[in-house]
Design a protein around this ligand. Structure first.
Ligand code: HEC
Length: 222
């Protein structure tokens, strides 16, 4: 029996010591639960500012901050005034900023037909479907004043809009705007061409009967 006593004593001591420890543990877990509930952050409620939200941290209360003066964001360096504004020394440029190849004209035609025909019509006569439904009618692109306008002018009208016409800077990238301007030049030439403009070997083709327009849905090969 003798050797058992100290063991029982030890056990009692251990139990005594474990009691307060366990209470501490439970308290700790409870505290943790309570505090974690208090700090709960749902994903839909994020500590960020929505665009143009108020922020009292800044004196002007705007959360959207202006760009730091003198900094240029990647891809926004617009040093080439000819390319980006269509103007040099305040005057509209007379030449295109890159060579007008057949590819440029083809992509210009495609972009023109997407963005401009709804109002200006396929041929630029100002008779697009939106105009037929009552929108302000633009001048034909074939009037003398516009035939004599410089390429930079057309780039500027697309970039900044003109009177009732909205600008297309957001929808049409810079190079596509120039391609459209080049296609307008081609349209102007096409609508004011004379027999002399047709190469001699192709003049006989003009007498050939015009093929009927293809049926809707049929692929047209050009
Ligand atoms: C929603 C209709 C609309 C669309 C789309 C549109 N325009 Fe226009 N555009 C107009 C109207 C209307 C005017 C005349 C504005 C006025 O006189 O207030 C005009 C005027 C112009 C002019 C003549 C400016 C002048 O000096 O008379 C040019 C050039 C032109 N647009 C080019 C374009 C090109 C290129 C596109 C395609 C990228 C385009 N427009 C798309 C409606 C449109």
């Amino acid at each position: 029996m003798g050797p058992q006593r100290p063991r029982r004593e030890q056990r009692t001591q251990r139990t005594k010591a474990r009691g307060p420890l366990c209470i501490l543990c439970i308290l700790g877990v409870l505290c943790g639960l309570v505090s974690s509930l208090g700090c709960r952050q749902d994903m839909h409620d994020q500590p960020k500012f929505k665009p143009l939200a108020k922020n009292t941290f800044f004196a002007d209360n705007r959360s959207a901050r202006p760009q730091v003066t003198g900094t240029v964001a990647r891809g926004q360096l617009r040093e080439d005034a000819h390319l980006y504004t269509g103007k040099m020394g305040g005057a509209f440029v007379e030449v295109f900023p890159f060579p007008v190849t057949e590819d440029v004209l083809r992509s210009g035609r495609e972009r023109y037909q997407i963005f401009c025909t709804p109002c200006h019509g396929q041929l630029g006569k100002g008779d697009g479907i939106i105009v037929q439904r009552g929108y302000r009618k633009p001048s034909s692109l074939h009037i003398d004043r516009l035939r004599n306008e410089k390429p930079g002018y057309f780039f500027d009208v697309i970039t900044n809009g003109f009177g009732a016409m909205p600008d297309y800077a957001a929808q049409v990238p810079v190079k596509d705007r120039w391609a459209i301007a080049a296609y307008i030049r081609a349209l102007q030439l096409s609508q004011n061409a004379t027999l002399e403009d047709v190469p001699a070997e192709h003049r006989k083709d003009l007498a050939a009967p015009v093929p009927p327009p293809s049926a809707p849905g049929e692929t047209r090969h050009q």
